[in-house]
Structures are given as C-alpha cells and as structure tokens.
Design a protein around this ligand. Structure first.
Ligand SMILES: Cc1cc2nc3c(=O)[nH]c(=O)nc-3n(C[C@H](O)[C@H](O)[C@H](O)COP(=O)(O)O)c2cc1C
Length: 373
C-alpha cells in the first residue's frame, strides 16, 4: 500500500517506527518502512555515534530522528544545556533523590560501579534538541525530524524545511494538531491514549478521525498499532500511515535486556498506567511498585519535566542495565502502550513489518468478501 506522505518521504509502505535502537531503525527502513531514532536519551556524542552507525548500515534507505522539545518546561528560555542543568539540579529536593535511591536499594538493584560516571540531563529541552537537529541535518539519509510534546520552535521548523527535509510532531488533542498545522508542519502524528510513552487522554479510534477532519496536513495514526488489522483501521479512517512505538520494544534487534522483554511478554493490556513518576509528564508504562510508590499519599510527588528526569536518570540506567537483578522489574522503567497485550514473543523486525503487511492484505480481502455480490 502507499500514501502521498510515504511517497514524499520516499518509502514503499507507510509504516513509521519509533525506536531507541539503531538496529531497529535500519531493519524497518530496509524492510520498506522508515525507522525513526528517538534521540532524547542520548548525549550529543552518543547520538553522533548512533547516526554514524545507521549511515554506514542503512544502504540506500532513509531514516528519521525524533527529538523532544516540550511546549512547557521548567527553565524554558535557557538555551545552554549545562547552565540549565545546574539551575534545575539546585531546585531538586534531596528528599526526591533519597526516595528514588531507597526504592532501588529495597529491590536489590545494584549501584552503578563508577560513582564519578554521572548521568547528565538528557535532551528534554530546546537547547539540547537544537544541537541534535544540527547533527541530524548533516546526514543526507536523514529524511525527517519529529518532535514530541509540542510544536517545535519556528527556527527549528525553518532549519529542517530549508534543508529539504520533512518535519512533524506528535499530539493528543485536536487543538494541538491545529497548532502544528498553523506552524507549517509537514505531518502530524495523532497519538491516542493507549500509546506508549507520553500520551494524552483520548482514545485512538476517536482521536484519529477528529484530527484528520480538523487539519489538511497528513496525519499518521499512533497509539495501539500492533497488527495489520489495526493498521487497516487507521488507514480506513484516513490516516496517511501508522506510527508505532511499542511494537519494536521486544523484537530480536532491540537492545533491551531479556528480563525487560519478558516483562513486556508477561503483561496484558490491563497492566499499563499513565504515570508522571519517571519524566514528570504523564507517560504510559507498565504499572509496578515504582509507579505505585510515587502515587502513594505521604510519599514525595513527582516533580515537573525535566526536573523529575534529573531524579530518575540514574534509575533508568540502572533498571535497564540490571534488569534481571534482585526485584529490579518491580521498580523498572518499562514504557509501553496497551498494545503490550499483543506482544508475546520475540520476532525479528523484518518479520513484524511483513506480518503487518500480510495481515493488512488478508483483512482487506476479508472485508471485501463481506460485500454483497
Ligand atoms: C518506550 C517508548 C519511548 C517513547 N519515547 C518517545 C520519545 O522519546 N519521543 C517521541 O516522539 N515519542 C516517544 N514515544 C511514543 C512513540 O513515538 C509512539 O507515538 C507510540 O509508541 C505509539 O503508540 P504505541 O506504543 O501504541 O505504538 C515512546 C514510546 C515508547 C513505547
């Protein structure tokens, strides 16, 4: 199948895969869709390394890069990431650091071996994201940039479009989609509440058509895409393609530790929650002792973004690295959407793309057969 947006991007099938893993980016792009690398968790140096690797392995295919510039965050306006971090670090109560450290210790999550190797502030701000965009724009095979959590600033939109690339952004409400369109974005990603990561409150089946009706910009359907049937439903509602994230978390190429992948396999669609406990903004993830602890009265309340991220950056690194140690999974950061209930075993990335396409075609045939002669 095709769409005008897919043609513009230069891909065979309108499957957009959000992932933090460079191998998944390459595999999806080589299978005919497009892999989009989530950059927020990388330092600038690490991002360069990952993009170098992708450039070397992706052949003639194209890819995208995803950044995070929230519409609102503490310390907005400070464009020097180091200064911003210093200011924000001073605002984090020690109580929050102690609470996070205790949760990890109580569940047997090992300490990081090198006390001097500290996690700095990640890319949750305009200063760092702008540097990331500069890095991405040096790469001819990078075809698009997407932004999470708001309309990107006008100068970033201009830089991306002037370079001949496409720029898009996620949203969870019609009014946000309208703001994206007004800012001149090339595509809009409408993410229903069931999606993994930061997500709003409106379900995909209602949100997608509402946004598609409200704007003339191509819309990608996100939140709840786990099969070709779900992809067909999105296209039937007028989407220009699908944008999936959870689907790639436990594929063979995904870097996650087996214990984290197992948590995803064990979970059903009932086991996720929107929680501010890791990033400061509502984010869908597996419910566990960590998410419950931050909701319990009397315990510290999560700070805003990006300050809560300063509290949890170390915990993310430790729970991902030591996924199988002690009771780590009870306090691990496992972001995922409700579609987790459909993710039950390891598949290769290529097999997932092929499955989506086969199910799509079979379902279309099924629907055609329902029509009277
Ligand atoms: C583990 C994880 C991390 C995510 N991080 C980001 C992010 O950094 N930037 C972003 O634009 N979207 C992020 N998302 C949202 C995805 O881009 C995508 O919209 C979402 O996964 C779609 O819903 P689905 O999970 O049902 O496929 C993340 C999703 C997951 C599952």
């Amino acid at each position: 199948m095709r769409s005008d947006l897919a043609d513009k991007v230069g891909i065979d099938v309108p499957i957009f895969a959000f992932t933090h893993c460079r191998d998944v980016v390459v595999s999806v792009s080589k299978a005919g869709g497009i892999g989009v690398l989530g950059a927020v968790g990388f330092s600038l140096e690490k991002l360069k390394e990952e993009l170098d690797w992708i450039d070397d392995h992706i052949g003639d295919a194209v890819y995208g890069v995803d950044i995070v510039i929230p519409q609102k965050y503490e310390g907005m306006g400070e464009m020097d990431p180091a200064k911003l971090e210093e200011t924000l670090q001073a605002m984090v109560p020690q109580e929050h650091h102690d609470f996070a450290a205790k949760l990890l210790a109580d569940h047997g999550v090992p300490e990081w071996p090198d006390a001097d190797d500290k996690m700095g502030m990640l890319g949750w701000n305009a200063g760092m994201a702008s540097l990331m965009v500069d890095e991405a724009l040096k790469r001819p095979k990078c075809r698009l940039i997407a932004n999470a959590l708001g309309t990107p600033p006008a100068d970033i939109i201009k830089r991306i479009q002037d370079s001949g690339r496409l720029v898009g952004a996620l949203c969870g409400k019609v009014k946000q989609a309208r703001a994206h369109e007004k800012a001149g974005l090339d595509f809009i990603i409408a993410q229903g509440t069931e999606g993994g990561g930061h997500t709003g409150e409106i379900g995909s089946l209602v949100l997608w058509p509402a946004i598609i009706k409200a704007v003339n910009t191509p819309v990608l359907a996100a939140g709840g895409i786990g099969s070709g049937q779900q992809m067909l439903a999105a296209m039937a509602l007028g989407a220009s393609g699908v944008w999936a994230g959870s689907l790639w978390l436990a594929v063979e190429e995904a870097e996650a530790e087996p214990a984290q992948k197992q948590s995803y396999f064990d979970a059903t669609e009932e086991d996720t929650v929107r929680s501010r406990s890791w990033t400061g903004k509502p984010c869908r993830m597996l419910r566990n002792e960590w998410t419950k602890a931050w909701e319990t009265e009397g315990n510290p309340e999560p700070l805003g973004m990006p300050m809560q991220g300063l509290v949890t950056a170390e915990a993310i690194r430790r729970t991902h690295t030591y996924a199988a140690k002690g009771e780590c999974q009870k306090v691990a950061f496992n972001p995922v959407g409700q579609v987790v209930g459909q993710i039950n075993h390891v598949e290769t990335t290529r097999a997932v793309v092929e499955r989506l396409l086969t199910e799509y075609v079979d379902t279309l045939e099924y629907l055609n057969n329902l029509m009277p002669e």
